[in-house]
Ligand binder design. Structure first.
Ligand code: C2E
Ligand code: MG
Ligand code: MG
Length: 726
């Protein structure tokens, strides 16, 4: 029943296997119109024979056949020596996915669904034949490829390669199925054309393609470009687009053959690798490597235009505590939040950044745990860098809530300017780092510019640390005491112990400077233990000397409070000295309560149960979160000196003192005003309802030797109806 067509001998041969005669006729008509020769078979058995005899280039095979079905026929063809390389297009029912699957399993190259889309079939048949020929040539060139297992369409699909060809004169175009998919269409949805191909190319990349095509046609050379495609659904894909030009054997016109390889995934992988290499995985910000690379460019850019660059080191204060006590997950969330706030702080347009400064010269990177680096191209380095630094500190100071917990964030910022502070990346990084360290030693939550004597500051910090270590070993500290006075009666309620360190040959160093260094180096534990023991002993002595109700207040570092054995240590102190727990008040700053770990909570509860008093020190300077007052049963609240200082001149500060006192009363706390220096302040503090006060007006902190006199004079003055000591 086979029948040869009258098309030229050279034309590719297609075998149509179908039991439906009318379908075979239609197929022959269509395929011949596409310039192909056609043979037919009405059954699977006959088809297998035809493959062996006629050696077609393409078999179009119906799945439903009497006798051997399409799958069995396909397998049998593949088993023939002449059937291994032939392309087989299986025709299945439209919604039979299983059949499609089986078709591939039995060795089909491709499939088409019924009702057959004839125009598409024509294109497809031509294409499959051509691709099959190319593929066979390719296979000839590639040793070791298992011919029987390689099926062109499978390979194309796996490799995301689509082919197209275009005849230049007749402007006819063919796309492979995979080409349709890559170009964002369903196979057969539209008539392929060069116009449609162009339209699929990303507008910014079209010129690239036109040039490649134009050059190829002019010189008959090939091309290889990479560009983007825009799918109708808006997705962007990346393709490797290669092409070659030759002369079509049948029509003698110039023919352009193109392959499109979807490399989006590869690009994504590359991008991922780039991300890993150049970006911080937690915040998505550039990492140190990227910073360095871009900063080098920025410095060159600035040099060419005589501009300034500010390099800012932003280090989160006491981040390690958050991380250690609240856990890494909270730490990570905090870092992400900080990153977001930094981005936000840099986004604001207020003329600080140079107009002509491209975005790419404003770099925000994370170079280590809690270290962020910002580089900015600025008009006026010092003035504008300060503005940005203040904005950052302000933005960071807004409370952060993570997992229902309020966390306070402050940062220390160090700034170095190019070209005045350093001429290359390394020098600038070093100087900015030194400036940041300086900001830390000056008390954190501030920014500092680099100055050449910063080297000295760093050295000083180091020598303080060395000296501290020795001082802890040698008990080289002293205590001074400052009285707390009942605002109404003038009676001395207690004394706050303040540590003093007098370095031989150097003079006294302020606890504001050395306590943070002691905390950072861990020396605070030994120092804190010494202060506690000493203060308890002194207080007991004064009690025995005639002031039995006297209390002593000791400042406790957050690091001490975190120790599992702090309760035992304090209990030991009290026992050793014989001081009653109710005579000891521990002053805690809000930062100590940042860490609501089970240890801290348990310690506080146990201390309370023992009868020890707890005071919240420096209230209002930190995070002033009322939630602490609810969670921890404090006995007193100390309003920070900074509010009392301007209470007479600043209505806002007065309002704060008034509000804090009211809050204290609500919680049943004893409210103490710190830093009362003159009578005007005293009057207002009393008026606002504070219970007690402390400050230079009553007495500066005094050495131990002077305390008994002070207490006696105080008692005498009170008996005489007031008066104070200086
Ligand atoms: P603090 O606990 O808030 O102590 C009050 C500070 O204010 C003391 O500074 C005191 O001398 C100062 N002061 C008191 N009245 C006035 C006043 O009327 N005017 C002015 N301008 N200042 C006043 P000092 O002694 O320099 O201590 C500073 C900080 O160092 C303390 O602040 C405390 O946080 C810390 N500190 C001191 N001793 C210890 C200690 O033994 N352990 C720990 N962990 N920290 C300590
Ligand atoms: Mg204190
Ligand atoms: Mg204080």
């Amino acid at each position: 029943m086979s029948q040869r067509s009258a098309t030229p001998e050279k034309a590719p041969l297609v075998l149509v296997i179908d039991d439906d005669a009318s379908l075979r006729t239609r197929a022959r008509f269509e395929l011949m119109a596409a310039g192909l020769r056609v043979v037919e078979a009405a059954s699977g058995e006959e088809g297998i024979r035809q493959v062996a005899e006629a050696r077609p280039d393409l078999v179009i095979l119906d799945v439903q056949l009497p006798g051997l079905d399409g799958f069995e026929t396909c397998r049998a063809i593949r088993a023939l020596p002449s059937g291994q390389d032939v392309s087989i297009l299986m025709v299945t029912a439209s919604d039979d996915l299983e059949a499609v699957e089986s078709a591939f399993q039995s060795g089909a190259t491709d499939f088409a669904t019924k009702p057959i889309h004839w125009r598409l079939l024509r294109h497809r048949a031509r294409f499959i034949v051509r691709a099959g020929q190319t593929f066979r040539r390719l296979q000839g060139a590639l040793d070791g490829l298992s011919r029987s297992e390689q099926r062109l369409s499978d390979a194309q699909r796996l490799a995301h390669v689509g082919n197209w060809e275009w005849l230049s004169e007749s402007d006819r175009m063919l796309w492979s199925e995979e080409a349709f998919r890559i170009l964002g269409h369903y196979p057969g949805d539209l008539e392929p054309s060069l116009e449609v191909l162009r339209a699929a190319i990303h507008p910014d990349d079209r010129a690239l393609f036109e040039k490649a095509l134009g050059d190829a046609l002019a010189s008959r050379a090939g091309w290889s470009i990479e560009h983007r495609l825009c799918s109708p659904d808006g997705r962007i894909r990346f393709v490797q687009h290669q092409g070659a030009v030759d002369v079509d054997e049948t029509s003698n016109e110039l023919r352009v053959l193109g392959t499109l390889q979807d490399v989006t995934e590869r690009r994504q992988t590359e991008e991922k690798i780039r991300q890993l290499a150049f970006y911080d995985s937690l915040t998505g910000l550039p990492n140190r490597r990227m910073l360095r690379e871009r900063l080098e460019k920025t410095l060159r850019y600035a040099t060419d235009r005589s501009l300034e660059v500010a390099l800012m080191f932003v280090d989160i204060d006491r981040f390690k505590w958050v991380n250690d006590s609240l856990g890494h997950s909270v730490g990570d969330q905090l870092l992400s939040e900080v990153a977001a706030r930094l981005v936000d702080s840099l986004r604001t347009e207020d003329g600080v950044f140079r107009r002509e400064s491209p975005e790419s010269h404003r770099i925000l990177s994370r170079i280590g745990g809690d270290e962020f680096v910002i580089s900015l191209l600025l008009k006026d380095g010092v003035g504008n860098a300060s503005k940005v630094a203040r904005r950052i500190l302000g933005r960071l100071a807004e409370p952060v809530v993570i997992e229902g917990r309020e966390i306070a964030v402050t940062a220390s910022i160090g700034i170095a300017l190019y070209p005045s502070d350093g001429l290359d990346v390394d020098a600038l990084m070093r100087q900015a780092d030194a400036a940041m360290y300086n900001a830390k030693t000056l008390g954190r939550n501030r920014y500092q510019f680099y100055t050449p004597d910063l080297g000295e500051a760093a050295e000083r910090a180091l020598s303080i640390q060395t000296g501290l270590r020795r001082a802890v070993e040698e008990d080289a500290f002293d205590l001074e005491y400052q009285p707390q006075i009942d605002v109404r009666t003038g009676a001395a309620l207690g004394l706050e112990a303040l540590v003093r360190w007098n370095v031989p040959g150097r003079g006294p160093i302020s606890p504001v400077e050395f306590i943070p260094i002691a905390e950072e180096s861990g020396l605070i534990q030994g120092l804190g233990a010494w202060v506690l023991r000493r203060a308890c002993r002194d207080c007991r002595d004064w009690q025995q000397a005639g002031f039995p109700d006297l209390r002593v207040a000791v400042n406790l570092s957050p690091l001490q409070l975190r120790r599992a054995d702090i309760v035992a240590q304090i209990a030991g102190c009290l026992e050793e000295t014989g001081l009653a727990p109710s005579a000891l008040e521990l002053e805690l700053t809000e930062s100590a309560l940042l860490e609501h770990t089970s240890t801290v909570i348990r310690n506080l509860e146990q201390l309370r149960e023992m009868g020890i008093r707890l005071a919240l020190d420096d209230f209002g300077t930190g995070y002033a979160s009322l939630s602490y007052l609810k969670r921890v049963a404090f006995d007193s609240l100390k309003i920070d000196r900074s509010f009392v200082r301007d209470i007479c001149v600043d209505a806002g500060d007065r309002a704060i003192v008034s509000a804090v006192t009211a809050i204290g009363r609500t919680f049943g706390l004893h409210v103490v005003a710190e830093g009362v220096e003159d009578e005007a302040q005293e009057a207002l503090v009393r008026q606002e309802g504070c219970d007690a006060m402390q400050g230079y007006l009553v007495s500066k902190p005094q050495p131990i030797a002077k305390i008994l006199d002070l207490l006696r004079a105080r008692a005498a003055a009170r008996d005489c109806g007031g008066g104070r000591l200086g």
